[in-house]
Design a protein around this ligand. Structure first.
Ligand SMILES: Nc1nc2c(ncn2[C@@H]2O[C@H](COP(=O)(O)OP(=O)(O)O)[C@@H](O)[C@H]2O)c(=O)[nH]1
Ligand SMILES: [Mg+2]
Length: 502
């Protein structure tokens, strides 16, 4: 198995447990010295056993747990100190031949957050101590499960502390348990002399050939376990990635404020455009001429009354509107291009269509109504022509007040430009004046409504552009995310294939 490759994958996935398994699998185990971990539950008799092996009290045995107590290393030749251990070198010709090192390890020295501590990476064998007073506790079962890759020998301690009549049943229970766990039967240590213990333990040591095989098997076991952990990890990640594209990606934080700025720029262009809008004076004179001359010729008769003003004013305003409209469309397109920047280029043909849609509705509508005959206070009957003009821009209707209002304001005799009178010549000047005032009013209302029309058109454009910008940002981020997710999926799938082949 390619341990380096597995390690790389474990590192990439930040799988601590697999990483520690790989460390354990790849620890250098070429040395001849056999390393044995003496471990087991608190108070099981580990230190007592190590002392017995050493033939002297290396460390005081105690019924109390000392948290900062360093694990103990016992070797039988002069060896360099090992950091994190309390090291003892004991000369003993018998053990020296064996080239073995014992470690007195509490659970805390072995395990950390469900993984092995590095001290376990190159252990060859585990002497697992079980106290006869407390056989196979839950902690024991957990530890033995974790240590299953090691060659384990169960050592039963404190049997001397058990009632004579219970001993056999305790031993039987321990043997059955060992059997169930697939372990050799336990070594029972009666409290006896050190030489005896030494002899027993030496008998448990594996031969050179066995050591080689054990090491290989353990390394393979660790590596396989790491691979299967990694596979599970990759599969979980792949599952998680599958869920991702469904979520809408959030664009950069400031995209909304950018979109607001964009809207504002366009709105400001509209406000500026509309506040600068004015019809030239010549338009008023033109309209006055159009109304006055045909009216006079026809003596303001009923034909004129019924149609002339209506068609004249309507057509005139229609033409004015067309000029304003095409100018507005051009300026909206220009302002959009300069405000929206790169987004503007990307969407310009779409937005140009929208602009024509917004501004392109035919909006001019002028309504002229005839007022009923009215009785004047001096008894004369006057027929007034009330002219109501309205400019309709899209959904917006701005009515121009009825003509009658102006006529009244102008004075007593000429009640209206459209008054049917036999004495038109005499009233000429006043009629002219009234027509001028009428035209002025019509055109100033037209101007006002054109300003509104521009503002509302720019408003709609700003909305479209803002939304478009937000949409384009979202799409860009979504696309980027999707690409990332796809690349990650591809990568994970290839990792899974590699792990499958291991
Ligand atoms: N009766 C009896 N007591 C033992 C035996 N082994 C250890 N003890 C006692 O159990 C206690 C804990 O032993 P210790 O070696 O410190 O256990 P550790 O916590 O596993 O290191 C001490 O009081 C020892 O004297 C044994 O085989 N028989
Ligand atoms: Mg101890």
């Amino acid at each position: 198995m390619d341990l380096q490759k597995i390690k790389d994958i474990a590192q990439e996935l930040e799988q601590e447990q697999a990483l520690s398994l790989i460390e354990a699998a790849s620890a250098s185990q070429s040395e001849d010295t056999l390393k044995i971990a003496v471990t087991g539950n608190f108070n099981a008799g580990k230190t007592t056993l190590i002392n017995a092996i050493a033939g002297k009290e290396l460390r005081e045995v105690s019924g109390i747990s000392v948290d900062d107590e360093l694990p103990l290393r016992l070797s039988f030749e002069k060896m360099p100190e090992q950091e994190g251990f309390e090291c003892f070198d004991v000369y003993d010709p018998v053990w020296n031949e064996e080239e073995v090192i014992f470690y007195d390890l509490k659970f805390e020295d072995i395990f950390q957050a469900g993984t092995f501590k590095p001290v376990m990476y190159d252990m060859d064998m585990v002497f697992y101590l079980v106290s006869a007073l407390q056989v196979f506790t839950a902690e024991d079962m957990y530890a033995l499960e974790q240590l299953k890759r090691y060659k384990i020998k169960i050592i039963l301690t404190k049997l001397d502390a058990v009632d004579e009549e219970s001993k056999d049943s305790v031993i039987k229970f321990v043997d059955d348990m060992c059997n169930k766990l697939g372990l050799d039967s336990a070594l029972v240590i009666e409290k006896g002399n050190n030489e005896e213990i030494g002899k027993h333990l030496r008998g448990l040591l594996p031969s050179f050939g066995e050591i080689e095989q054990m090491r290989q098997q353990r390394a393979d076991g660790f590596a396989r376990e790491a691979v299967s952990l990694l596979k599970k990890g990759v599969e979980r990640k792949l599952d998680a990635e599958e869920q991702l594209p469904a979520e809408e990606a959030a664009p950069e934080e400031d995209y909304l404020s950018k979109s607001l700025r964009l809207r504002n720029r366009i709105l400001e262009s509209g406000i500026q455009k509309s506040s600068n809008f004015a019809l030239p004076d010549s338009k008023q004179r033109e309209l006055e001429r159009l109304i006055y001359h045909p009216g006079r010729k026809k003596q303001f008769n009923s034909d004129w009354e019924n149609g002339m003003i209506q068609s004249t004013v309507e057509r005139f305003l229609g033409e004015c509107f067309e000029e304003v409209q095409s100018d507005l469309i051009d300026s909206m397109k220009r302002d959009y291009r300069s405000s929206a920047g790169s987004v503007g280029l990307e969407y310009s043909s779409e937005v140009n269509r929208e602009i024509e849609e917004i501004a392109g509705k035919r909006p001019v509508y002028v309504d002229v109504t005839t007022a009923p005959e009215m009785q004047q206070s001096n008894g004369k009957t006057t027929k007034k022509v009330a002219i109501a003009a309205a400019v309709v821009t899209g959904a917006m209707i701005v009515p121009i007040p009825a003509w009658a209002g102006i006529a009244i304001a102008l004075g007593t005799t000429a009640t209206a430009v459209g008054s049917i009178s036999n004495d038109i010549e005499k009233e000429k000047a006043k009629i002219k004046q009234a027509i001028a005032a009428y035209c002025d009013l019509v055109l100033s209302h037209f101007t006002f409504s054109m300003k509104e029309y521009m503002n509302s058109s720019y408003n709609q454009l700003a909305n479209i552009v803002g939304k478009q910008y937000e949409e384009s940002q979202k799409q860009a981020v979504n696309k980027e995310n999707e690409e990332k997710v796809n690349a990650q999926k591809e990568h994970l799938t290839s990792l899974l294939e590699e792990l499958d082949q291991m």
